[in-house]
Design a binder for this molecule. Structure first.
Ligand code: ADP
Ligand code: ASP
Ligand code: MG
Length: 416
């Protein structure tokens, strides 16, 4: 007997037929004698609709009310799954975040989980063999009692936090692909499924654009040592051999991975914008004058490149911000123009960040240099570069994203 968390994403619960399919997966694990907590997302498209409605009602709205609205999608799918399980003879009940409770910070729209109370769930596993169906994505702020949400894709984080709280043997993330691939399989058909990937690599992949897992869920998994297994909900439950193990990807510690490649995967993101500040004074304090106001406005700056000045007096500074913050960033910088002192602001939103990730880079030199050469051969211009121990990122024109990803995917021998 094992204790499992089973998380199902939006496409897996998109309609009543799919919810029935999910219920059969749950029933399969219950029949095998396992204790099961299920975490569900809202039905596909629901959260987007709810977000749009909030914007339509008022473009500037209270984040607490936004959370009250968008958390409702998961309430529906949790209730529907519990009804379906009951109809199949499986004892189940639904739980809202506030009912467990799942306590979070009060950062509405992007709250962090502080504590999960799993005691009642465990009691019910033992006394009644009851399946818990928990609404993902939502929690409650203790002091105000208000409903919070965890940021888009947050049901993954709910699942891993619950797995840690009830000491689950495994956290299965059921989604619309059968694992974590070397890059997004919907973009590169030659992408290969990974059997295992280290937490640190998954963390980079997720934060650099692969949306298969929310970043925070991987962080939590790493801290609490939760075994996260990404697999498909579309496999027919009846056809899964309980002894063979289904296809999927285990997120685990680096030491569990025997055959380590230099490069594990490639991520990309088009949600970037580039800002260049032209002819800014080349003297101490300028970077502080630029990035201070951006930090005060809670705008995350990512890649930063400063040119060596030709005349010793002025230089150009280029950096990226999230595309969603582009307008705000340029107006913050325009407001600070007097203090910073620059000639001109140039910007571009049609840029993309392509990142190459692998713990093997720690012990191999020249990995990035090969990428520069391969992209140059394809006449792809690199606007900015950043590197760290286990990854490097390149900023390019958005039009070349697919070509760049495919080129690098072949270069590092990731093609299937
Ligand atoms: P869910 O609704 O189940 O949470 P998501 O849409 O959030 O599913 O995440 C699954 C999607 O992530 C896949 O459909 C795939 O297009 C995308 N994805 C991006 N990068 C990768 C990757 N490296 N491996 C697998 N899937 C990826
Ligand atoms: N329903 C939420 C979203 O679409 C949370 C999730 O699916 O993980 O972002
Ligand atoms: Mg998701």
């Amino acid at each position: 007997m094992a204790r499992l968390v089973m998380k199902f994403g939006g496409t897996s619960v998109a309609d009543i037929d799919r919810i029935r399919n999910v219920a059969r997966h749950v029933k399969r694990e219950v029949a095998a004698g396992h204790e099961v907590a299920v975490v569900v997302s809202a039905m596909a498209g629901t959260t987007n609709t709810l977000v749009d409605w909030c914007r339509e009602a008022a473009s500037l709205h209270d984040a607490r009310e936004y959370d009250a609205v968008v958390a409702s999608g998961e309430q529906v799918s949790a209730g529907l799954l519990a009804i379906t399980l009951e109809s199949m003879g499986v004892n189940a009940r639904s739980w809202q975040g506030w009912q467990l409770p799942i306590l979070t910070s009060d950062a509405h729209g992007a709250a962090r989980i502080l504590e999960v109370n799993g005691a009642e769930l465990i009691k019910r596993f033992k006394s009644r063999g009851q399946v818990a169906v928990i609404a993902g994505f939502q929690g409650v702020h203790q002091e105000t009692g208000r409903i919070t949400t965890l940021g888009r894709g947050g049901s993954d984080t709910s699942a891993v936090a619950i797995a840690a709280a009830i000491n689950a043997d495994r956290c299965d993330i059921y989604t619309d692909v059968d694992g974590v691939y070397t890059t997004d399989p919907r973009v590169v058909s030659k992408a290969r499924r990974l059997d295992k990937i280290a937490y640190e690599e998954m963390l980079e992949l997720a934060s650099l654009g692969a949306k298969v897992l929310q970043v925070r869920s991987v962080e939590l998994g790493m801290v609490h040592n939760v075994r996260i297994f990404v697999r498909s909900s579309f496999d027919a439950p009846e056809r899964i051999d309980p002894n063979a193990g289904p296809p999927g990807t285990l997120i685990c510690g680096e030491e569990e991975i025997v055959e380590q490649q230099v490069v594990t995967g490639i991520a990309f993101s088009k949600d970037e914008a580039q800002i260049s500040i032209r002819r800014v004074a080349d003297k101490p304090g300028v970077a502080a004058a630029i990035f201070g106001p951006l930090a005060d406005a809670s705008i995350n700056v990512d890649m930063i490149v400063q040119n060596v000045s030709a005349d010793g007096a002025t230089t150009d500074l280029t950096f990226t911000v999230p595309a969603a913050d582009y307008e705000r960033a340029t107006s913050v910088l325009a407001a600070a123009k007097g203090k910073i002192g620059y000639e001109r602001l140039d910007g571009a939103t049609d840029v993309a960040k392509v990142s190459v990730i692998g713990v093997g880079m720690r012990s191999h030199a020249g990995v990035a240099a090969r990428a520069f050469k391969a992209l140059a051969e394809n006449r792809i211009n690199i606007r900015a570069i950043t590197t760290s121990e286990i990854k490097f990122s390149l900023l390019i024109d958005a039009n070349y994203t697919e070509l760049a990803v495919r080129t690098l995917h072949s270069l590092y021998e990731l093609d299937r």
